[in-house]
Write a protein that binds this ligand. Structure first.
Ligand SMILES: Cc1ncc(COP(=O)(O)O)c(C=O)c1O
Length: 455
């Protein structure tokens, strides 16, 4: 039987998939390493298990211990999965910037999750780094992996991700493009690949609001580069020990907007459901494409799965609220009359007999007629229900002027009034509104027009 003894044995050996549409016409070949097939749906399973195994070996993590870590979600997921199999408890701190789906997923694996503010310095006692350190001190038999500085993080990729890529590309890989957060993926994978062929270029993807690129380019740790950003998983406001700047040839910064748009493009154009840092990486790849030549084999790492971003980059309202996609065009009163704007408005003169209202309702198959005076101003309206009840009460009214039984005039809206404001005016008491088109002709808008426009 071909079986695995537990889910941890399924970590790694992820597929390398050709990019077919997003890089059409480029001279190089582009492949993506799709890390979503790991049990926690991210590349972080690799380093989480490696950190735990190394800590078990060193004695830092003892049987029945509690793993305490500051994690944006994916590392926590890897740790939580391994903890279940190996019998540890997990307490994680994360930031309020992280998607709810990520936090809920950690809880699904039995972890305790403490959400901390994003907008504070790493040294601030409220930061998710500080809170996790404090908890690691306070909880008995606790161990803090510290993914940022723990060498096992990069080693996992040196031992697994690097060799897998070397083998999968038959040693032909020329460029590696990777979003950098703790730096473990890029540094470990990059170091292994450079040891095989020093000509392989390692390109790190950074975000605006992070310190990596400026530090690489100038050697300066510039605090003025730091500000809150939306992109998840990559970029930092400090220098983790796992970022090996010697292995990385270049850092490319990508905006939050491009990262979000490219995250969506990957799903729609390649049918690969990957997370936000994959979008960053593809946007960064596009930014540096002029350096690729014929025969190059470029590999991009897709760290995690799109399901974790359903409430964010894959949600149209979320994208619109941040100006990442165009706002929905507002439907106006003018749009609402499109289906009948060629038809003249059926009206009655206030001196017409009530029986004329019956005739017109029958002839035009309508239930509401606006009523005008001799100068054409709207002075009232008559609805079929009201007309019938008046005539039922007193059939002699048939020959009376309609103004004796008419209801109040319908409200008038400007042709530019949005659908929301129009529909708010239409209700039980007010069955319709009137609007004048650009040619000076009057039209009626009722509930049916509203329903039709949103279908
Ligand atoms: C979604 C995602 N992308 C990219 C990264 C960056 O990987 P690394 O920490 O190995 O640099 C992370 C790390 O947390 C991540 O969660």
């Amino acid at each position: 039987m071909k079986v695995y003894n537990n889910i941890l044995e399924t970590i790694g050996n992820t597929p390398l998939v050709k990019v077919n549409n997003m890089c059409k016409g480029w001279p190089c070949e582009v492949y993506v390493k799709v890390e979503t097939t790991n049990p926690g749906n991210s590349i972080k399973d690799r380093m989480a298990l490696k950190m735990i195994e190394d800590a078990e070996k060193s004695g830092a993590l003892k049987p029945g211990g509690t793993i305490v870590e500051g994690t944006s979600g994916n590392t926590g997921m890897g740790l939580a999965i391994a903890a279940i199999i190996k019998g540890y408890k997990c307490v994680f701190t994360t930031t309020d910037k992280q998607s709810k789906e990520k936090v809920d997923a950690l809880k699904a694996f039995g972890a305790e999750v403490i959400v901390c503010p994003t907008d504070v310095e790493p040294e601030d006692p409220r930061s998710y780094y500080s809170v996790s350190s404090r908890l690691a001190d306070e909880i008995p038999n606790a161990w803090k992996p510290n993914q940022y500085d723990n060498p096992s993080n990069a080693t996992a990729h040196y031992e697994q991700t690097g060799p897998e890529l070397w083998e999968q590309t038959d040693g032909q890989i020329t460029h590696l493009v990777v979003g950098a957060g703790t730096g473990g993926t890029i540094s470990g994978t990059g170091r292994f690949l450079k040891e095989q062929n020093p000509d392989i270029k390692i390109i790190g993807i950074d975000t605006y609001g992070s310190v990596f690129k400026k530090f690489k380019d100038t050697g300066e740790f510039d605090k003025s580069e730091i500000y809150p950003y939306i992109t998840e998983g990559i970029g930092e406001d400090f220098l983790p020990a796992n970022v090996n700047f010697d292995v990385i040839d270049h850092f490319e910064k990508v905006t939050d907007k491009d990262a979000a748009i490219y995250t969506r493009r990957i799903a729609r154009e390649e049918a690969i459901f990957a997370g936000n840092s994959a979008g960053s990486a593809m946007a960064g790849l596009e930014q540096v494409k002029s350096q690729f030549k014929k025969g190059d084999k470029v590999v991009v790492i897709f760290h995690d799965h799109g399901t974790r971003y359903l409430g964010k980059m894959f949600n149209d309202d979320w994208m619109r609220d941040r100006g990442f996609i165009e706002p929905t065009p507002i439907i106006t009163a003018l749009d609402l009359i499109r289906s009948h704007e060629h038809l003249p408005l059926v009206t009655l003169n206030e001196n017409d007999e009530a029986s004329a209202a019956l005739d017109k309702m029958d002839k035009y198959n309508i239930s509401l007629i606006p009523i005008v005076n001799d100068s054409g101003a709207f002075t009232g309206a008559i609805e079929d229900k009201h007309l019938y009840s008046e005539l039922f009460r007193n059939s002699d009214l048939k020959s009376s002027p309609i103004k004796s039984i008419m209801q109040g005039p319908l409200p008038v809206v400007h042709f530019n009034t949005g659908i929301k404001d129009v529909s708010e005016q239409i209700g039980k008491e007010t069955p319709a509104v009137l609007v004048m088109d650009l040619g000076g002709n009057w039209h009626i808008i009722n509930q049916f027009d509203i329903i039709q426009s949103v279908e």
